[in-house]
Design a protein around this ligand. Structure first.
Ligand SMILES: Cc1ncc(COP(=O)(O)O)c(C=O)c1O
Length: 376
């Protein structure tokens, strides 16, 4: 096999196709001096709300702010507890702490790596006010079960959709299941800006109005403030760029899904690798394609020598991070998350990934295991 260099994500490949369209809108924003919020952001808010089949979208500075503002505007604060899955990015739990509340970690399930509601039930207290559901890697959690669980315990449902733009459950858009969906448009996401950006999507008019004010210093008018909020306004440039890219999102998600199925098919012959499992009701958008290998370190080194970049999402589950050592969690408290953190491996995944590149990646992994068994 001829050596190929394959990145984990290739943003340059995407820009090549969009260069002209994007350069035009960047120039328009500059010509209009529409730098913060303004018409390009409003247009994006309308388009993204429509894409999510939602009534309202509030564009903010990033995904972490989207979560924090949504939680605060849902009334979460001091002395409250919020359920958070153990395997996610720290922003999910950070948002809870930033509100003055306490994240309560729960384990994930061994098949889909999503929140485990049995563990969540064990951790409900009088203080539990909300559950944050993370649609990790692009796969929606079982929202029907989450809705029933939240109803039973009188919890708000905050959905962390940072990795799941366009994902559906039971053919329904995610916003139809919970109070609020929070998106990140970090450049490498399925819908990525050219810098930091995020959005809050909801069907609740009162919540949308509150979030809209909160992102802009609790403003009623330029210097008339109803409450203290923050500065988390989307830039005009990001709004304009996201507007261009949004038109391609469905097509890109389909390409990601096809790439995942090709990986799955080629991996059928590699028994040492565990491939991702889709829930029947899920429309998975494969932000990441995550395999499991018990020889991850050696495999990663071999792939790197062969020009293939990989990632780990995430190498340390949240309860085991130094940031949360004060909670005193042990590996036995989160057995699935602990096992996963040592085995999961993200392979290159992006819409522009070519068939020959996927064949090269799987071929290289086959070679790794053949070589290993030869020396055993
Ligand atoms: C699951 C998850 N939640 C939240 C975030 C935070 O988004 P941002 O980086 O835009 O603040 C990210 C992004 O990395 C994420 O992957």
């Amino acid at each position: 096999m001829r050596k190929l260099n394959i990145p984990l994500v290739d943003l340059k490949a995407q820009f090549k196709y969009l260069k002209n369209e994007i350069n035009i809108v960047i120039q328009s924003v500059i010509n209009d001096s529409s730098f913060i919020l303004g018409k390009y952001v409003e247009e994006f808010e309308q388009n993204f709300a429509k894409f999510c089949n939602s009534k309202y979208c509030v564009a903010v500075g990033n995904g972490t702010d989207a979560l924090t503002i949504a939680l605060k505007c849902c009334g979460i604060g001091k002395n409250d507890e919020v359920i958070v899955p153990a395997n996610t990015f720290i922003a999910t739990s950070e948002a809870v702490t930033l509100c003055g509340a306490k994240p309560i970690f729960v384990d994930v399930d061994p098949n889909f790596y999503l929140i485990n509601l049995d563990d969540a039930s064990r951790k409900i207290t009088k203080r539990t006010k909300a559950i944050i559901v993370v649609h990790l890697y692009g796969q929606p959690a079982n929202m029907q079960k989450i809705v029933n669980f939240a109803k039973a315990h009188n919890l708000k449902i905050i959905q962390d959709c940072a990795q799941s733009h366009g994902a559906k459950f039971n053919n329904q858009h995610l916003v139809e299941f919970g109070d609020v969906c929070c998106y990140s448009f970090f450049p490498g996401k399925n819908l990525g800006a050219f810098g930091d950006a995020g959005a809050i999507v909801t069907n609740d008019e009162e919540l949308a109005t509150k979030c809209k004010m909160f992102r802009n210093h609790g403003r009623l008018d330029k210097y008339d403030h109803l409450f203290e909020g923050t500065n988390s306004r989307m830039d005009g440039l990001q709004g304009a760029i996201l507007n261009v890219k949004l038109k391609y999102l469905e097509e890109w998600n389909d390409k990601r899904r096809n790439n995942a199925y090709l990986y799955n098919k080629l991996f059928e012959e590699v028994s040492e690798v565990v491939t991702p499992t889709e829930q029947q009701e899920s429309f998975h958008v494969y932000h990441l394609y995550v395999i499991r290998s018990s020889r991850r370190k050696e495999l990663t080194n071999f792939l790197s020598e062969c020009g293939i970049t990989t990632g780990i999402h995430y190498p340390i589950a949240l309860p085991f991070l130094k940031a949360y050592s004060y909670m005193g969690h042990k590996k036995e408290d989160f057995p699935v998350a602990f096992k996963l953190q040592n085995e999961i491996l993200s392979l290159p995944m992006y819409p522009e990934l070519k068939e020959n590149q996927i064949k090269y990646i799987v071929g290289t992994i086959k070679k790794f295991y053949k070589k290993r068994s030869f020396y055993l």
